[in-house]
Design a protein around this ligand. Structure first.
Ligand SMILES: [Zn+2]
Length: 276
């Protein structure tokens, strides 16, 4: 069942939806080629939440459902639509809390709550992810708490994996000193690129090359406001990556509400739905 846009609509007056063009390609047969793809922005707050907002969570629906990142607030939002979220797979870009934090309550609800009787969810992690989750588990419950609930899978840089009927290519991106990936997700006809968190990089253009939709962060007011090494983008840098990629539509996300937005940029908002 689709998640409808019932969340608080902070940017309801922003420009509407567009359509990419169809292209064909050869894909693994586990990829459900050609189904329509719907993106729901479950949460799009930056590292500190926007008022009433949830942090990173983007639901892609084709024949199945793939959740990209699962930050604080995402689980509650998904639960507004169904007792416990029915997703087939979750993929995590990196281990900053705003991108994975709600995996913790997801464990508790799967062990003791309404998630108990649902099928296990595939959880795709950066290469060292299962070790990181074991370390977090040791402090938060049990070392194997995440394994008890999720089917843990590790992806590898540049190596496509299949999840929830999509093919996903993880590409390493610069985000301060943390191992971080962006995702290029396709069903063979429609392609969505998601930057996760990234400083400026030519790899962003590779990630989003000819994509139908580039969901790109722009946390900063200016590039100079960033730390060293770089970890985020400003609007102009997101635009630069989009132009270099030749993608069809740029959707800005992970942006603090208090920053001014500039004309011409389409901003994601919690509950936004996009037919890709
Ligand atoms: Zn973030």
């Amino acid at each position: 069942m689709a998640v409808e846009a019932r969340f608080r609509d902070d940017y309801a007056d922003r420009p509407g939806h567009g359509n990419g063009e169809y292209r064909s390609g050869h894909y693994d047969r586990r990829v459900d080629v050609g189904d329509p793809v719907k993106l729901t922005v479950v949460g799009c707050s930056p590292a500190w939440p926007n008022p009433g907002g949830a942090q990173s969570g983007y639901l892609l629906e084709g024949s199945k459902r793939l959740l990209l990142d699962c930050g604080p607030g995402v689980l509650a939002r998904l639960r507004e639509e169904e007792g416990w979220p029915r997703v087939d797979a979750i993929a995590i870009t990196h281990f900053h809390l705003d991108h994975w934090g709600d995996l913790v309550p997801w464990v508790w609800g799967s062990l003791y709550g309404l998630g108990h009787d649902l099928p296990r969810v595939e959880l795709w992690l950066p290469p060292t992810g299962s070790h990181q989750l074991a370390a977090f588990g040791e402090r938060l419950g049990w070392p194997d708490m995440f394994e008890r609930v999720f089917d843990l899978r590790a992806y590898a840089e540049g190596t496509p994996f299949q999840a929830a009927g999509f093919e996903v290519v993880p590409l390493r991106l610069p985000h301060y000193t943390l191992e971080t990936y962006g995702f290029r997700v396709t069903n063979g006809k429609k392609t969505v690129a998601y930057s996760g968190d990234s400083g400026p990089s030519e790899r962003l253009a590779e990630l989003a090359r000819d994509a139908d939709l580039f969901l790109c962060e722009a946390t900063l007011i200016t590039g100079e406001a960033d730390g060293t090494p770089r970890g985020h983008l400003c609007l102009a840098e997101a635009q630069e990556a989009f132009d270099a990629a030749g993608a069809r539509r740029l959707l800005i996300t992970h942006r603090p509400r208090e920053l001014p937005s500039e004309n011409g940029f389409e901003l994601a908002y919690d509950g936004m739905q996009v037919e890709v």
